[in-house]
Design a protein around this ligand. Structure first.
Ligand code: E4P
Length: 220
C-alpha cells in the first residue's frame, strides 16, 4: 500500500519523507491556503522533494479553464498529478489531460458510480473522501470496498486513493480492503507508530539498562 502525505506543509513533508514511508503527496486549495504559500512555488518545492506523484488541484469549474490550469500545473514537474473535481467538466478535463500523458487525480468522489466514471475517463487516481461521508452518517469504508470490487471486475488501472482519512482505524480498514493508496494528514501518519505497550516496554528496558551503568558507544 502506498502512503501519500495530505499536506502543503513543506517542513512536515520533509520530516516524514526522511522516514522512507512517503510515496507521494496530495494538496488541495484549502491546504495551500492554510500553508500561506503561493501555489506554483509550494507545489514546485514539494515536487522537488518527493520522488512520487504530487497532486495539485485546479480551481476553475469550466472545462476550458480547468484544462489550461491543469496544463500549467503539469508543467511544474513530471511527477505532478493534476487534481480535478468529480464533475462532468472535471471528467472531460481528466480525459484530455490523460490523453496528453498527464497523471490525473479525480477528487471529491462520494459514490461508486462517480468512481466508475473517473476510471472510464482515464484517471490515474480516484479520491473517495471517507471522513466526510462518515461525518454525514454514511459508511466511508463501504464506498472503498465497492470501488475496489468494481475496479477489479473490469481490470481498471485507476488507483484507489483513500482520502479524508481522520484516524488510524481508517488506514487499517483501507489496507484490509486492499486500497492502493492512502493519503494521510501528517499527525495521523505519526500516530500509526504509537502504541502504549511500545512506550511501556521501552521505558522498562531503559530503566533496567540504566542500572547496569553500561553504554554501548563506550563499550569495547
Ligand atoms: C485529499 O486529496 C483531500 O485533500 C483530503 O484528504 C481531504 O480531507 P478532509 O476531508 O479532512 O479535508
Amino acid at each position: 500500500m502506498k502512503f501519500f502525505v495530505d499536506s502543503a506543509d513543506v517542513a512536515a513533508i520533509r520530516e516524514l519523507n526522511a522516514t522512507g514511508l512517503v510515496d507521494g503527496v496530495t494538496t488541495n486549495p484549502s491546504l495551500i491556503a492554510k500553508s500561506g504559500a503561493r501555489i506554483l512555488d509550494v507545489v514546485a518545492e514539494i515536487a522537488g522533494l518527493i520522488d512520487g506523484p504530487v497532486s495539485a488541484e485546479v480551481t476553475a469549474t469550466d472545462h476550458d479553464t480547468m484544462l489550461k490550469e491543469g496544463r500549467k500545473l503539469a508543467k511544474i514537474a513530471p511527477n505532478i498529478a493534476v487534481k480535478v473535481p468529480l464533475t462532468m467538466d472535471g471528467l472531460k478535463t481528466c480525459k484530455a489531460l490523460s490523453d496528453d500523458g498527464v497523471m490525473v487525480n479525480v477528487t471529491l468522489c462520494f459514490s461508486a458510480n462517480q468512481a466508475l466514471l473517473a476510471a472510464k475517463a482515464g484517471a490515474s487516481f480516484i479520491s473517495p473522501f471517507v471522513g466526510r461521508l462518515d461525518d454525514i452518517g454514511q459508511d466511508g469504508m463501504e464506498l472503498i470496498s465497492d470501488i475496489v470490487e468494481i475496479y477489479e471486475n473490469y481490470a481498471f488501472e485507476t488507483e484507489v486513493l483513500v482520502a479524508s482519512i481522520r484516524h488510524p482505524m481508517h488506514l487499517l480498514q483501507a489496507a484490509k480492503i486492499g486500497a492502493d493508496v492512502a493519503t494521510l494528514p501528517p499527525d495521523v501518519l505519526h500516530r500509526l507508530a504509537d502504541h502504549p505497550l511500545t512506550d511501556k516496554g521501552l521505558k522498562a528496558f531503559l530503566d533496567d539498562w540504566a542500572k547496569t551503568g553500561q553504554s554501548i558507544l563506550d563499550a569495547d
